[in-house]
Design a binder for this molecule. Sequence first.
Ligand SMILES: [Zn+2]
Length: 266
Amino acid sequence: MRYELIHAHNPGPYTGAGNNTYLIPGRAPVLIDAGTGDSRHLAGVAAALVQSPSTLLTRILVTHGHVDHASGIGALLAKWPKAVAAKMPWPERDDRYAACWSAIVDGALIAAGDTTLRAVHTPGHAPDHLCFFDEASGILFTGDLVVSGSTVIIPASSGGDLVAYLASLRRVLSLQPVRLLPAHGPAIDDPAALVRQYLVHRQSREDQILAAIRVGVDTVDRLVSHVYEELDEQLVSAARESVLAHLEKLRSEERVRAEANRWVSR
Ligand SMILES: [Zn+2]
């Protein structure tokens, strides 16, 4: 399948060099992820559409309701009013954005360019998170499910869920994709290796947190400084969320419990 990476021009501590969005040209041009409405992003989409057999943008598929993926929807619809804005519903987030969203369900088949994408619900990073799979080529658009050379934030206090995330990674592995196209960073051409590495990493992080709790490291903040060495100050809140995500998983498995703000093993 053909696709073109179009930068969203929104670099920052949580977005790295900024988001990748993808235009799929062809009979039914589709954009995956909306960026943040930067005029250079809109110009990039327009330039890519000029090269497409049909220049009419039919759909904008949003992988999940985080601001760097969804907030550009109003600017895009102002420029391409006939395009359909679509995502899996996450009501309290969706209302923040200037769009009348069309709902995508797990397994939905969506015409994109000259191919058909299948929506794959992959919650964990966000409850509404979708990947889009082109079975013919084995290409999977992965939003924030994975990022090359790093891990993904599981925002435990705002819709993140580590148990769901691990299940989503296994689900993606079972699709046997040949290329992952994430919303941040470069394409990933060894999907199975990266996803297995992610699973191993989370397991070792969990082992580390459990071991720390057993020796009396008992608050989220103390656990953060225990498991993350030399943490950039801008990333402390993300690290807290990740530790909390592990604690919530361990609590759901009845392996730890919380007493006031202290975590103890059971
Ligand atoms: Zn996100």
